[in-house]
Design a protein around this ligand. Structure first.
Ligand code: SAH
Length: 234
């Protein structure tokens, strides 16, 4: 059985055309990207020359920015239109990125080579089994590699800010982008990571001011957050 929610995939298919519009459906990801890129670059000891796997890469906002820092990026997603947009956009920008339509589970079965850095941003809350994704990422990570997950906490605050606020009041995201029940508590992410033989090195929350349209990081993980993981033994 595949770990793919087809309804989720068609939702993202429909949003394909607006992927690179800074004022479109993915405006929050465009605004957030420099902050998360900087975090990933810092925590991975510099992305330059690293082999990076971006799981659930969509139209490639993060993949491209990592490639621009000199990473050799492979991007996986299960949509076709956003991946097409990603390919065209990379080509227009003179970037070489290996985009593939695949689940991480299938990719793992056919690709024995491992990665220095794996990123899985804003995707765990859209799949039937986050644990399966985490385990597959772990299996594709080099012994001293670094893995990043970002997702949304299942709190009343996140419900108010991410669903009511961003989707209904500010209309920053299309209605129905997120389902509250699929949000993930940090303790759940930690338990799954433990089960996958990963240890969490660092976790930080990110926050958005809709007036200044600025994101920033701090230790409050009650809404959106990002975690850095390594193999248990390292
Ligand atoms: N990671 C990107 C996009 C986040 S949107 C970023 O942060 O910029 C979530 C993405 O996950 C969508 O592109 C969606 O198609 C993808 N996705 C959802 N389920 C998936 C699965 N099982 N395998 C691969 N990609 C998936």
């Amino acid at each position: 059985m595949s770990n793919v929610d087809q309804q989720e995939i068609s939702k993202f298919e429909k949003m394909a055309k607006s992927w690179w519009d800074p004022q479109g459906d993915f405006k929050p990801l465009h605004l957030l990207n420099p902050l998360r890129l900087n975090y990933i670059d810092e925590k991975s000891g510099g992305l330059f020359g690293k082999r990076v796997l971006d799981v659930g890469c969509g139209g490639g906002i993060l993949s491209e920015s990592m490639a621009k820092l000199g990473a050799k990026v492979t991007g996986l997603d299960m949509t076709s239109q956003p991946l097409e947009i990603a390919k065209q956009h990379a080509e227009q920008n003179g970037l070489t990125i290996d985009y593939q339509q695949s689940t991480i589970e299938d990719f793992l079965a056919t690709h024995p080579e491992k990665f220095d850095v794996i990123t899985c941003m804003e995707m765990l809350e859209h799949v039937p089994s986050p644990l399966s994704i985490i385990q597959s990422c772990q299996a594709l990570l080099k012994p001293n590699g670094v893995l990043f997950f970002s997702t949304i906490n299942r709190t009343f605050k996140a419900y108010l800010l991410v669903i009511v606020g961003a989707e209904y009041v500010l209309k920053l995201l299309p209605k129905g982008t997120h389902e509250f029940e699929k949000f993930i508590k940090p303790a759940e992410l930690l338990a799954w990571s433990d089960e996958a033989n990963l240890r969490c090195d660092h976790m930080v929350g990110y926050h958005f001011n809709p007036i200044t349209e600025k994101f920033w990081l701090n230790q409050d993980v009650s809404c959106n957050y990002i975690a850095t993981m390594r193999h248990h033994l390292f």
